[in-house]
Design a binder for this molecule. Sequence first.
Ligand code: NAP
Length: 293
Amino acid sequence: MLRMSGTEVAKIRQETLKNDVQNFFAQRGRKPGLAVIIVGHDPASQVYVRNKVKTTVALGMESFHFELPENIQEADLIKKIEELNRDPSVDGILVQLPLPKHLRSDVVLEAIRPEKDPDGLTVGNLGLLFAGRKRVAPCTPWGVMAILEHYKIPVAGRHAVVVGRSNIVGKPMAQLLLEANATVTICHSRTRDLAAVTRSGDIVIAAAGQCRFMGKEHVAEGAVVVDVGIHRPESGAFAGKLCGDVRYEELENWASAATPVPGGVGPMTIQMLMENTVHLAILGAKIGANLGA
Ligand code: NAP
């Protein structure tokens, strides 16, 4: 079985991206800028944000980092986002989720101008994606497409089964596969006989957020499996370890290719966030140039 390593794919794509960043700097006299906003002190979110800031800087981009108090009012958070919307040195704005309970994440995320939304999660960007006029795609499913492309997994004409229908992963994943001419089935918690449906897939994308719940019985011999799930169970045999939605070890000598956890889709998500930010910077610069800026 081919082990599809997101770590490797991200490393290769980073080199290309560094060149794009340098070219942007040479042409525009400034670096592409990513602003990350974190509200409160959630330790997991702080780790994610630190990684994003580190990667942004390592790629030669400009990093803007805002730590806002846990009890911030929604209107004040939106005011901050609007300020960044107007800042010409900021190309991408990311609000780290989850937000404290008193803040409505859908309302807050919508305050980001779609032209500065590198997560691709505003209604404007999701709308463009579903209309077949993609500006940027949500980072995790876009990263899955990059893995499939890197390992030359044929998609056109094949049956892809996506398990999960969230706006962040499942739905945009299905749309991207459809755009790549797969025949797509979407499964969810109300799907009857999940294993029978996933076994009919040439490509199975597991994004249900259920720790190690899919195994060999869900996969046809020779199929390709991409595991989007990320879990760190507190008890049981895998306590404290990173796990996916799939029991990877069962796929050896059965599936033709699969992504591991860790080292699969996870490292691609942050890479695609950086690529989307640079893409938005280039698009913004083109629009600016057309307007004579
Ligand atoms: P989510 O919002 O909880 O959505 C889970 C989806 O899976 C829902 O559509 C749900 O169906 C479906 N589902 C749940 N249990 C199921 C079952 N037993 N059988 C079939 N479908 C089932 O999760 P998400 O945000 O999409 O994330 C999914 C997973 O990906 C999580 O483990 C998350 O941590 C991980 N993730 C990883 C990355 C990364 O960088 N690798 C990024 C984002 C997310 P209903 O709609 O019917 O409830």
